[in-house]
Design a protein around this ligand. Structure first.
Ligand code: ADP
Ligand code: TMP
Ligand code: ASP
Length: 238
């Protein structure tokens, strides 16, 4: 499988066309960014662990009935995916309050929510990924009512499947972000699920094992991602 042309270079990944128009190669780089691109650093080995971490999670979700864009892993830092029409929105579920919601609502970090909380954000770094609701999405034509319902249903299901997976390995899935796109009229889970886009805390010590280590300058970022992968029984090739 050959990369032909880089079509997007994002904050953590690059997408390349291939000989097959339906497919893209998703390259995970070591680039790490937070606060909508305001804090940036290359963390050696992050791309390699995240590509394989993502494939493990996408495979697990597929086995549990969630259709994803992943076709196959190509090598340590690259995967083949279906080329989708992406929704310009991010779907977040929070099981506990942490991060932006604490600032927004003055909530204590780690507060267990009565019910998993679903939120939409607009994917726009220049605007700081603002919180939006169903009405904005419909009024601006970013997705239809049916597509909104489907994305919510899928994201709640992802939360159920992965909360259990992580808890079985002694990790609390505090919150996460996923993205979706359309392929042949069907909504597929796209982009990535890695410690870059979720919060994972050790269930005994509450130690942060995710990108908050980078955001908060706690160190050992890639090492923590490997520890999570080891706990889940992933065999990461370096
Ligand atoms: P960002 O855009 O936030 O800087 P990345 O560095 O992760 O993010 O870049 C990956 C980009 O590719 C994102 O904009 C994401 O929405 C997009 N993307 C993810 N999966 C697919 C796919 N299957 N088809 C087309 N675009 C995708
Ligand atoms: P937040 O606390 O910044 O709103 O983020 C909630 C969760 O979603 C957290 O695990 C980080 C993830 N997330 C991203 O990875 N990218 C984003 O652009 C947003 C808005 C959230
Ligand atoms: N807004 C998220 C963060 O603060 C995602 C990002 O900007 O990469 O990390």
């Amino acid at each position: 499988m050959k990369k032909i042309k880089e079509i997007t270079k994002g904050k953590a990944k690059s997408m390349f066309t291939t000989e097959n128009q339906e497919h893209l190669i998703m390259h995970f780089s070591d680039d790490t960014s937070a606060f909508d691109g305001k804090k940036k650093e290359a963390l050696l080995g992050k791309g390699v662990v995240n590509n394989q971490f993502n494939a493990f999670i996408m495979d697990h979700l597929k086995q549990n009935g969630i259709e994803t864009h992943l076709v196959e892993v190509i090598d340590n830092s690259d995967s083949l995916v279906y080329r989708l029409d992406m929704f310009p929105i991010e779907c977040v579920i929070r099981n506990r309050a942490s991060g932006s919601i604490c600032k927004r609502l003055g909530t204590e970090d780690g507060l267990i929510l009565e019910n998993p909380l679903f939120e939409f954000f607009l994917k726009d770094d220049d605007l700081g990924d603002p919180l939006i609701n169903d009405e904005h999405i419909i009024s601006f034509g970013w997705a239809t009512h049916e597509q909104i319902l489907e994305m919510k249903k899928l994201t709640y299901k992802v939360n159920e499947i992965l909360s259990k997976l992580f808890l079985d390995s002694g990790l609390i899935l505090v919150d996460f972000k996923v993205e979706y796109g359309v392929h042949n009229g069907k909504i597929l889970l796209a982009d990535e699920f890695t410690p870059d886009g979720c919060r994972l805390w050790d269930s005994e010590t509450m130690k942060k094992m995710d990108k908050d280590r980078f955001r908060q300058g706690l160190g050992d970022v890639v090492e923590s991602y490997h520890q999570v992968a080891d706990r889940l029984g992933m065999n990461i090739k370096t």
